[in-house]
Design a binder for this molecule. Structure first.
Ligand code: GDP
Length: 296
């Protein structure tokens, strides 16, 4: 389950605080030491942990907190607020172009879950009464084109493909024209993924970005890879204007380091999280709900 080990450690720490009638500055210090260790063990970025713990400590040792009737509860509330802020504060919704179709570029490394997530996002849009079109632009792996077509059939969402001999920019442009003619209001472009970030991949994504002016460029990263996911997000964001992140495989991520660090490190909002292999297992990301889940 997502955040399992972090959640149980933090809950144990706060259980102790809750039990105490009065808190001293030392109690808070001890609790913050435990929070720090729990976050580091969860693979949260070191700088993020330091800043987080310092912020909470500063607020928590304020006299109005320690002298209140329920100091333990107040400290937990502060942690809850700061965790929420760390993950972006409020929900960041999917953009919608003033004039349809809204073009969404899906980018990421191979294996992160990009193609599956493209299908899942299509399903979310269908549930919102939208008419998405999925576009197969990963021309280097014929299997990827087939994978998207199979997903489209399963989900009953149209897929636009032109095989693997046409340049991605041309495919995407033709797809947008197709969407205009057929009344598709969202165009989700599945781009090539590679094992590592390389110049050719980035150039191709930059070309797509320049040619299409997408409303969203969503980077799909695997939450289970922890700080690697954060580093991948940082590299992509330096080269492309990433507008949002989708963290996949959060269902298998007991630690939660990527989810807790990536917003603060990159400045990009997390828009969705993948919670399983099933095609309906994609959820809009709510920082406040996630914080509450962690604190139990
Ligand atoms: P791509 O190479 O980035 O396009 O990756 P795929 O879309 O082919 O996905 C790789 C694997 O990750 C597949 O087996 C997916 O079912 C799996 N996957 C994707 N998202 C999730 C998720 O949120 N949770 C879990 N458990 N598996 C996922």
């Amino acid at each position: 389950m997502a955040f399992e080990s972090l959640a149980s450690k933090l809950q144990a720490t706060f259980q102790k605080l809750r039990g105490k009638g009065k808190l001293t500055e030392d109690d808070v210090k001890q609790a913050m030491r435990e929070v720090r260790i729990a976050l580091l063990e969860a693979d949260v970025n070191l700088k993020v942990v330091k800043e987080f713990v310092e912020k909470v400590r500063e607020r928590a040792v304020g006299s109005e907190v320690l002298q209140s009737l329920t100091p333990g509860q107040q400290v937990i509330k502060i942690v809850n607020d700061e965790l929420t802020a760390l993950m972006g504060g409020t929900q960041s919704r999917l953009a919608q172009a003033a004039k349809p179709p809204t073009v969404v570029l899906m980018v990421g490394l191979q294996g992160a879950g990009k193609t599956t997530t493209t299908g899942k996002l299509g399903l979310q849009l269908v549930k919102m009464q939208k008419r998405p079109l999925l576009v197969a632009c990963d021309v280097y792996r014929p299997a990827a084109i087939k994978q998207l077509q199979v997903l489209g059939e399963q989900l009953k969402i149209p897929v636009f493909a032109m095989g693997d001999q046409v340049r991605p920019v041309e495919i995407a442009k033709a797809a947008i024209e197709h969407a205009r003619v057929h009344g598709n209001d969202y165009v989700l472009v599945d781009t090539a993924g590679r094992l590592h970030i390389d110049d050719q991949l980035m150039q191709e994504l930059k070309d797509l970005d320049e040619a299409l002016h997408p409303s969203e460029t969503l980077l799909v990263v695997d939450a289970m890879t922890g700080q690697d996911a954060v580093n991948v997000a940082e590299s992509f964001h330096q080269q492309l204007q990433i507008t949002g992140l989708i963290l996949t495989k959060l269902d298998g991520d007991t630690r939660g380091g990527a989810a807790l660090s990536v917003r603060s490190v990159t400045g990009c909002p997390i828009k969705y999280v993948g919670m399983g292999e099933k095609l309906d297992a994609l959820e809009p990301f709510h920082p406040d709900r996630m914080a509450s889940r962690i604190l139990g």
